[in-house]
Design a protein around this ligand. Structure first.
Ligand code: FES
Length: 237
């Protein structure tokens, strides 16, 4: 594999030519915040938390989807990057149910952790919150759309890893939501209750429930049983 040399925050690094800038930075143990990125599973450049400055580029670039190039010069912590990163985080938080102290993921939430690390204490963009109701119909998990940050990590897990594909992004812009397919509730689609989407969720948009009797009853469905047998179990770090 060809190698590429680049400079990140003044430090030289050599990586394989198919790497991204985020991977190169991680090789140097330089931390770039991410939310939507899941290694090998979800690299879609959606959240923009991983923006970096590239010498010669006209705008900041999402490092998780930015291929390395020979001689690149990257800044991950310049004043422009820090200011923009903070604005991006505030925008994400402005669309998020911020009742953190009442949340099951309080103190285990990637969004909350980032807000604390970056020092966001208030939101400059108060406004309307999208209406995304709670779906409690599934016996195994609860969906709280008011907490969803639209990172699509759950969608990638469900489709690409588990090969189940019962959730998807629908609508556009402010109306965008992550929903079960065909406009159904989770108990009406072929969810196999693997729970991988919960592990993938950086916030508390997906939460565990424990109604075992109902889960076993649903798993007795012969069509669903085939899916359970074929879906590989994975652990998301
Ligand atoms: Fe790169 Fe979300 S982590 S855009």
């Amino acid at each position: 594999m060809n190698k590429v040399n680049l400079t990140i925050d003044g430090r030289q690094v050599t990586v394989s030519a198919d790497s991204t800038v985020l991977e190169a930075a991680r090789k140097l143990k330089i931390k770039i915040p991410t939310l939507c990125y899941l290694k090998d599973i979800n690299a879609i450049g959606a959240c923009r938390m991983c923006l970096v400055e590239v010498k010669g580029a006209r705008s900041l670039q999402a490092s998780c989807v930015l291929p390395v190039e020979e001689g690149m010069e990257i800044k991950t912590n310049s004043p422009l990057v820090r200011t923009t990163r903070r604005t991006v985080l505030e925008l994400i938080l402005s669309n998020h149910n911020r009742e953190c102290t009442l949340c099951v993921r309080n103190s285990h939430c990637e969004l909350q952790t980032l807000a604390m690390e970056i020092g966001v204490r208030e939101i400059s963009f108060p406004g309307e919150l999208p209406e995304r109701p709670v779906d409690q119909q599934s016996p195994a998990l609860l969906r709280d759309g008011s907490k969803c940050i639209l990172c699509r990590r759950c969608v990638a897990l469900c489709h690409q890893v588990q090969s189940v594909g019962v959730i998807q992004a629908t609508e556009r812009g402010f109306q965008t939501t992550i929903e079960p397919v065909f406009g159904k509730s989770l108990n009406e689609v072929a969810c196999i209750f693997c729970g991988q989407c919960i592990h993938a969720c950086p916030v508390a948009a997906l939460q565990e429930k424990d109604e075992r009797d109902k889960v076993w009853k649903a798993l007795a469905d012969p069509d669903l049983h085939v899916l359970v047998q074929t879906a590989p179990a994975v652990r998301v770090a």
